[in-house]
Ligand binder design. Structure first.
Ligand code: GLU
Length: 371
């Protein structure tokens, strides 16, 4: 029987002391919970924040007043401590752990995603628990994912997970901020992404993490598009076991009933475009209306130094991006073809295959743009 594969993400707020530094007892709780899931036969990938907070604590710095370089330095100090603490908590349970540090680069194109997927599969095959975090010391600017809720959702998509669990310091998703509004009500089940829901997510929350409810909502949406349920719940004893048994715990975001292929969900949310193809009006209509493959004669120009297999944007002559897809030609070869206007063979050259394409703004289910 196929084992249930779960991506569980734990936020900084669940792992650090109020005054800074790692809270080893709370980390032990997470390790105990995760160990219990593994013993029940599930496969788990643990995404853990806390590196920056732990490093800042070690340096005696407060999160509010640090430069980017100090944050990167804090991540370098804290990441080692974090994984050390996890190893200490998992080894007595007979569980070996592995550190996996990611940035957008590893999610950039199908080849890299393939490498990542196979490495994770090898760890799971050897019953090793991957402990995943963003590589905050070197991931800055455009290679940064930025928050671990999104990272966990993308990981769930590429690792073929069945369930995403986001553990935090609040016991679910509320219609208003429960820390400020006494009448706030928890929403137990979310089945559609409405404007009210996005409004309820408010602004990023606690000082130490970067997420808050807004990134949890976005993460749940990515997972839902790929057919994966998400549960947002409080880090407390027994929580993961209860989630697994399907008990009403926290907020469950239901997967979309007609999810998109995972490859396309990755393409929309995880991939990094390396170039742009400018299409003539006929090709724009063919892509937008018929989702036809993109052939060479429909291309007026291209930008960027993309290679075969890289993700590119498809845009109108007014630079409106209408789709993304995986390039079947590299930029240099494409430029050569574009310079040879009179060769009849051009007509048959495919540049982006329709199966590897996603159309901008069209998402299974809700019709809302990503917040
Ligand atoms: N990767 C960061 C850390 O380990 C946290 C990012 C987040 O909280 O989402 O500290």
């Amino acid at each position: 029987m196929k084992r249930l594969r779960i991506v569980a993400k734990v936020g900084s707020s669940s792992l650090v002391c109020p005054g800074g530094g790692l809270d080893v007892a709370r980390l032990g709780l997470v390790a105990g919970e995760t160990g219990a899931l593994l013993r029940q036969g599930a496969e788990v990938l643990l995404v853990s924040s806390g590196a920056v907070a732990a490093g800042l604590g070690a340096l005696g710095l407060r999160p509010g007043a640090v430069t980017l370089a100090e944050r990167q330095a804090a991540a370098a100090i804290g990441q080692g401590r974090l994984v050390d603490a996890y190893r200490g908590a998992f080894l007595p349970q007979g569980i070996e752990v592995a550190q996996v540090l990611l940035s957008r680069t590893e999610l950039e194109n199908p080849r890299r995603v393939g490498h990542l997927r196979r490495a994770l599969a090898a760890l799971l095959r050897h019953s090793v628990l991957p402990i995943v975090n963003e590589n905050d010391t070197v991931a800055a600017d455009e290679i940064k994912i930025g928050d671990n809720d999104t990272l966990a959702a993308l990981l769930a998509v590429v690792a073929g997970a069945d369930l995403l669990v986001l553990l935090t310091d609040i016991d679910g998703f509320y219609d208003q901020d429960p820390r400020r509004v006494a009448a706030a009500r928890r929403i137990d089940l979310v089945e559609a992404w409405t404007p009210e829901l996005l409004a309820a997510a408010g602004k990023p929350g606690s000082g130490v993490g970067t997420g808050g409810m807004r990134t949890k909502l976005s993460a749940a949406r990515i997972a839902a598009a790929a057919g994966i349920d998400t549960v947002v719940a409080r880090t407390e004893p027994g929580v993961l076991a209860r989630v697994l048994e399907g008990e009403g715990v926290g907020t469950r975001f239901r997967a979309h009933p007609q999810p998109g292929p995972r490859h396309q969900v990755w393409l929309r949310y995880g991939a990094t475009p390396r170039g742009r193809l400018i299409l003539d009006d006929g090709a724009v209509a063919a892509v937008e209306e018929r989702q036809a493959s993109l052939l060479l004669p429909g291309i007026k120009d291209c930008r960027g130094a993309f290679q075969v297999g890289d993700v590119v944007e498809l845009a109108t002559t007014a630079d409106r991006v209408i789709a993304r897809g995986t390039a079947l030609l590299g930029a240099q070869e494409l430029m050569r073809w574009l310079a040879q206007q009179d060769r009849p063979a051009r007509r048959a050259v495919r540049v982006v295959q329709h199966r590897t394409m996603v159309i901008a703004g069209r998402e299974p289910g809700d019709g809302l743009e990503q917040g």
